[in-house]
Design a protein around this ligand. Structure first.
Ligand code: FMN
Length: 177
């Protein structure tokens, strides 16, 4: 099967998973900035991967616009965020980004990424600084913080990387079925 991997990555976590998948499946790989509808038509299977920004998946618009090409082909979509791979989070992400009809055209996966503040662009740095300020004021007031909020606050000073090659196994098995 001729498979294409398309990725949308701002700081490199999704790109890392995309490269691992391309190696394992001997698939072609292309970034979301370069992909075109014509290019899609050359393949029999697709894997689309995008990172999470306020629950929205980078690249979801392209996937939705081209949903008609996905229907008859083997397709996986994966999202990558800093959050742990919890069932509720994965369901929320899937349902906020895709309608039930769209979800029938692909299998959805979540591959945990990481967080690297230093590699963010200006706009994302501003957004994250607001979040950091909110978390810090919560901490100062002595309010209860979740483990995820504590982890997020610590990640501003030291980048965290939860990527793991084992995480791609589910997608590999799906493509080898
Ligand atoms: C502005 C902003 C919003 C984010 N929102 C989420 C989110 O809603 N859920 C999540 O799990 N991670 C969130 N993240 C973390 C990124 O999804 C995470 O760092 C991801 O690994 C980035 O992958 P990339 O480098 O391939 O773009 C956010 C990061 C930024 C900068």
């Amino acid at each position: 099967m001729k498979t294409l991997i398309v990725y949308w990555s701002k700081t490199g976590f999704v790109k890392k998973y995309a490269k691992w998948l391309a190696e394992e499946l001997e698939a072609d790989i292309i970034s979301g900035e370069e992909i075109t509808e014509d290019k899609l038509k050359e393949y029999d299977g697709y894997i689309f991967g995008g990172s999470l920004y306020a629950v929205g998946i980078n690249g979801a618009d392209f996937i939705k616009e081209n949903i008609k090409h996905l229907e008859a082909k083997k397709t996986a979509v994966f999202a990558t965020g800093a959050s742990p791979a919890k069932k509720e989070i994965i369901e929320e992400v899937k349902n906020k980004n895709f309608s039930p009809e769209e979800q029938k055209c692909f299998k959805f996966f979540y591959l945990r990424g990481g967080f690297d503040y230093s590699k963010l662009g200006f706009k994302d740095k501003v957004l994250m600084s607001i979040m950091k300020w909110k978390l810090n004021s919560k901490k100062k007031k002595g309010e209860e913080m979740t483990a995820e909020e504590k982890g997020m606050l610590a990640a501003f000073d030291n980048p965290v990387d939860f990527t793991d090659k084992e995480n791609i196994e589910e997608i590999i098995s799906y493509f080898k079925e």
